[in-house]
Design a protein around this ligand. Sequence first.
Ligand SMILES: [Ca+2]
Length: 328
Amino acid sequence: MESYLTFEFVFFLTLSVIFIAKGTLLSYTVTQRKCPKKIELGFATMLESKVADDCVEKCALRNHCTFLMYVHRVNICKLYSVDIPSFPEDVTNTVPCIIVKRSDIGPLPGVDVCNCQDWETCDPGSKACRKTECPPPPDMMGRSVLGNLNHNGARIRFSCQAGYHVTNSGKSFTCVDGEWQTPPFTSCDIVTACAVGNKWRTTELGLLLVVANTEVTYDNALMCCHNNVGQLLRVDSLEVKAMLDKEMAGSNDELWLDGRRFDNDVNGFVFSDGTPITETFWLPPEPNEYASCIRRVGEYWRDRDCKYQFGFICQRSKENGGFNIPAA
Ligand SMILES: [Ca+2]
């Protein structure tokens, strides 16, 4: 346990570093020399820098950089564009790094004549402003960004959190010349009615099925089926599988079925009521993910991280849960 408010830390706070970069003088003040190993600071531009000074210069060349974190061991330079957070004073698990605020970097000759906008990078040689990175996607209620790189060529995806479903099903977005291709981004709406369509079909086994094409997380698929007086389809026998294959008539749609595991134990798959799943229909080498849910692709099962979004199949039956069969 170590507090940052030691003599050493206060000393570092006032220590200015002068170095020579590309024939110019640049000075900066280090705010912090240790970083918590695990801290969520949001979207950053991540660049490789062999030395900390190079990282400082990279920040100075970007209007939108508000502070930088340089992690020595991995030569990673992270540039942030949000207000610098207050770091916890008592941190046991730290990595050697430096944190420098943009406002603590001295003037870098040449940058002033660039006159760049946010999300442009100054090239001090040519005085040109270049679009080398994309701005972070806007925050949206119920939406998570998957991926935290934003250089040209980087890709991001989105997922909707529990209780939300995708209303705009863009898959992934690539940063090209400083702009994400091709908006609009995925948007997420609160799951309310969870319409699954009104096309319940009666099958050979007496089960009523409905295939919902709305893409939702596994948890939302469970909820949607319940909201529609049913449950996520439970394939618990060869008979049910054969019936389903016949009903789906060769469809390759990716659809959630009932069943998940909470770690990577291959025997750990359980139905949503906790019953262990003993009869399985995996397509080898599946299951191959950690803490995953079952989805049907073709006639077999593949596992997938439960936070991804797919359509799903609900069932209604007196045997499985005692649900009433509604009037058409
Ligand atoms: Ca898988």
